[in-house]
Design a protein around this ligand. Structure first.
Ligand code: 5RP
Length: 295
């Protein structure tokens, strides 16, 4: 593997423990202003230092992520359909490699829709994207998107993940399911698990734990973090499982402790900035200590 490709993958899947915590904020590319992600800048700012990488579209990266960050960007480069359109699976590549390089992407991400009407188009696009991206040492993360009509079982997900890996995807993102070990074992490249729709915090921590126990390198979680009432406490708890080998009870205890501390400090210091708008003139202290990511 070429140095650049390996280096970029290492910035996403940490070589110390072969684990990854990716924060997904790319939902708007087909969902529009998703609940609690209406203002991506506000959502991303307090969370950025707790994720290993951010999965994002170019529009949100340019408008809502500080260019001073040292968090690697996993850039979504596919799209073309929306939730109200005819068929969500009709996606194409919408971002050029040149633009991805301008954006200093650490990896490119795109969806494939195995078993759907546009299976052929999306799988061929993946193969072509890998060929192009590898010229520049850019890894490709393939998302095995699941349409309404397709089950999220181990049989289907093993097929979709394997198809992605066979096309040369360097990392595959998929959904957790029963017998997930089967999905991991038959996929020759690292698997990262999406969080899926919002569920209670303890259940999302359980999903994280189960996914890792079954062999996933980590999670690419969105809604279960930023749709939580306490996104920072939640990402810290998820991080405790991914990077500190905590079990579900320990991580949930940490979550509750952090929530308690959060509400105590809110009571002590009522917010000065009542409109809750970020102050453009002040440095963002939450991302100031850039290289000081927690373990
Ligand atoms: C949408 C995506 C999302 O990034 C992915 O679903 C992860 O987010 P969530 O944890 O909210 O499911 O790829 O196609």
């Amino acid at each position: 593997m070429d140095w650049g490709l390996q280096n970029r993958i290492s910035s996403i899947i940490k070589p110390q423990n072969n684990r990854a915590l990716m924060l997904a904020v790319d939902h708007g590319y087909f969902l529009g202003p998703t609940e609690k992600l209406e203002n991506p800048k506000k959502v991303i700012a307090p969370l950025l230092r707790y994720c290993d990488s951010l999965m994002v579209t170019r529009g949100v990266q340019r408008s809502s992520v500080p260019a001073t960050t040292d968090t690697p960007m996993v850039l979504r480069v596919s799209g073309g359909s929306s939730i109200i359109g005819e068929d969500l699976s009709q996606e194409d590549i919408t971002v050029s490699i040149e633009d991805a390089i301008r954006l200093n992407a650490s990896a490119l991400a795109m969806s494939i829709f195995v078993g759907s009407k546009y299976e052929y188009q999306t799988v061929v696009n993946l193969g072509k994207l890998v060929s192009e991206a590898e010229k520049y040492g850019l890894p490709v993360l393939a998302v095995t998107a699941v349409g309404k009509e397709l089950g999220k079982d181990a049989r289907y997900l093993s097929l979709a993940c394997r198809v992605a890996a066979e096309q040369g995807a360097h990392i595959v993102k998929t959904y957790y399911c029963d017998n997930f070990e089967k999905v991991v074992q038959s996929c020759p490249v690292p698997i990262i698990v999406a969080g899926g729709k919002k569920i209670p915090e303890r259940d999302a921590l359980q999903l994280t734990f189960n996914a890792i126990k079954s062999g996933a390198v980590g999670v690419d979680m969105g809604r279960n973090i930023w749709q939580s009432e306490h996104p920072v406490s939640m990402i810290k708890a998820v991080r405790a499982i991914v990077h500190s080998n905590q079990n579900v009870d320990q991580a949930f205890k940490l979550y509750k402790k952090l929530v308690g501390e959060e509400s105590k400090s809110k009571k002590r210091k009522p917010s000065k900035n009542k409109s809750n708008k970020p102050n453009q003139n002040k440095p963002n202290t939450s991302t100031k200590n850039k290289s000081n990511k927690p373990n």
